[in-house]
Design a protein around this ligand. Structure first.
Ligand SMILES: Cc1cc2nc3c(=O)[nH]c(=O)nc-3n(C[C@H](O)[C@H](O)[C@H](O)COP(=O)(O)O)c2cc1C
Length: 176
């Protein structure tokens, strides 16, 4: 086998061992009603791209196959009633128990508190998606009476939040 063919065959075999030349695959699955969490998903992806091959997909289009094919899985959501959005939690519940893989979570919300992702993390861990790290940030929120005062956290996630999200992605990528 020529050197060129050898390189080609290791890429197409799907092997992604360190040093083999092919990058590991990261998949980000998100739910975002207003676009706040989508922005953060894309900023995290920028950071991951420093070392990994990255796909970003809304949960409405995510498949079990994509999850199985990924070496690392990130899941993110806007927070609704103190928890990740139902479609994302339902998607995780629908997954088979997977061979363990590294995972991370992220959220945007009015409070910006990561603890609102706890139930999502438990569900992911049960499916073999071992949550190693998480990133949560404040975002524009007009929930309920907040609408009357024009919402809170206007303009967020902002430039600084996006920079932090990209740095978070780089930190995750450094694990590989
Ligand atoms: C119906 C509704 C419920 C919400 N519940 C919470 C909540 O429990 N805690 C919180 O911190 N933010 C809450 N928020 C704010 C959202 O989490 C925030 O706006 C988030 O950025 C939405 O993300 P997305 O548009 O990307 O889905 C709520 C917003 C709405 C519209």
């Amino acid at each position: 086998m020529t050197k060129k063919n050898k390189a080609k065959s290791s890429r197409s075999s799907g092997k992604s061992k360190k040093g083999s030349g092919s990058k590991k695959k990261a998949l980000i699955v998100y739910f975002s009603a207003s676009g706040n969490t989508k922005k953060v998903a894309e900023a995290i992806a920028e950071g991951l791209k420093s070392k990994l091959k990255v796909d970003v997909t809304p949960v409405s289009k995510a498949s079990v196959k994509e999850i199985k094919d990924a070496d690392i899985v990130g899941m993110g959501s806007g927070i609704y009633m103190w928890s990740a959005a139902k479609p994302l939690k339902k998607f995780v519940e629908s997954l088979p128990v997977l061979q363990e893989k590294v995972a991370f979570t992220f959220s945007t919300s009015g409070f910006g508190r990561d603890m609102q992702l706890n139930s999502l993390k438990v569900k992911m861990n049960k499916k073999g998606l071992c949550v190693a790290d998480s990133f949560s940030v404040k975002a524009y929120d007009t929930w309920g009476p907040l609408k009357l005062i024009g919402g809170i956290n206007k303009g967020r996630p902002d430039k600084d939040d996006m920079k932090k999200a990209t740095e978070f992605g780089e930190k995750i990528a450094d694990m590989f």
